[in-house]
Design a protein around this ligand. Structure first.
Ligand code: GUN
Length: 296
């Protein structure tokens, strides 16, 4: 059987259309238009592209956006002062601090300065805590995107063994917490692997659903995958490519060709998890605006 490609671009488009309806309804009922502030610090070109994609997706759904591009040498005090000013601005319902920050800035302290009610990336300790307790306010965008992608493709994680490779605060950890919840669309048995895992392949081969989120190009090879598994590739690695006009191409954490011959379904890179992450940010911003008027 040929592998099934899980088309995140298409599913994300449908999701954004649903969000756009919610935005209209919120405006009709309450006269409120959701607003998102995005803060881009420094000159990371990949981050600039992500922020542009997020802005465009918001605008298409009717969400207002305001982007703050701060110089590389911005101090923590200046960045936190901006965050605090945006916390107070009631036209803005969501604030996104694009990561990574320049190395002299501590992301945990900056994230902690966000109002948890506006933390649409769900990275503030209050929001991580709520997710850990199984009563999330917002779910981090990539984990939420992966759950929606699975559910809308007919691969519910319920009763399945999900193996997550990667323990980042932004993907691996919150995804494990999300999918192990006692809740519809979750209820999975989750194993988290990381750089300290011995004999990684012996664990990944047990996965019904295998999630690669380690940031290592092509690290998951066919011998590490069970026949018929569903493979979700979160990797977004730029590798040099002299034949590409940009000088690089994007590859995931999965060796796509060889794993495709073994898996039942797989997400492409690009066009898999990436667009779902963006759609979830738009959705979380709508939810933040709905909360602000006591709806939802
Ligand atoms: N950097 C990579 N992914 C993300 C994300 O989902 N949110 C933020 N804020 N930064 C990121």
């Amino acid at each position: 059987m040929p592998v099934r490609l899980l088309n995140g671009t298409e599913i994300a488009r449908a999701l954004r259309q649903e969000v756009a309806l919610g935005v209209k309804e919120l405006h009709q009922r309450h006269g409120v238009t959701p607003g998102l502030a995005a803060i881009l610090t420094g000159d990371n070109t990949a981050s600039a592209t992500y922020v542009r994609n997020k802005e465009r997706a918001c605008q298409e759904a009717g969400v207002l956006t305001q982007t703050f591009h701060l110089p590389q040498e911005t101090t923590e005090r200046e960045l936190c002062a901006l965050v605090e000013r945006l916390n107070q601005d009631n036209r803005l319902h969501g604030i996104l601090v694009q990561l990574p920050l320049p190395p002299h800035l501590d992301p945990q302290r900056v994230i902690a300065a966000l109002s948890p009610e506006k933390d649409v990336d769900a990275l503030h300790p209050v929001n991580s805590g709520l997710l850990a307790q199984g009563r999330p306010r917002f779910v981090p965008c990539t984990p939420a995107g992966i759950q929606h992608l699975l559910l809308r493709s007919g691969y519910s994680p319920e009763w399945k063994h999900v193996v997550v490779c990667g323990r980042s605060d932004i993907v691996g950890k919150p995804l494990a917490l999300l999918l192990m919840q006692k809740a519809p669309g979750a209820n999975a048995t989750v194993t988290v692997c990381h750089t300290g895992t011995r004999d990684l392949g012996s664990i990944t081969r047990q996965a019904d659903i295998l999630v690669a989120a380690m940031g290592s190009p092509g690290a998951i090879t066919a011998d590490m995958v069970k026949e018929g598994a569903v493979v979700i590739d979160v990797g977004m690695n730029r590798v040099e490519d002299a034949f590409n006009k940009r000088g690089y191409r994007l590859v995931g954490d999965v060796a796509f060709e060889e794993v495709s011959r073994k898996a039942e379904a797989i997400t492409p890179v690009p066009g898999g998890v990436g667009p779902m992450t963006v759609a979830m940010l738009v959705r979380n911003t709508l939810m933040a605006a709905q909360h602000s008027v006591g709806q939802a």
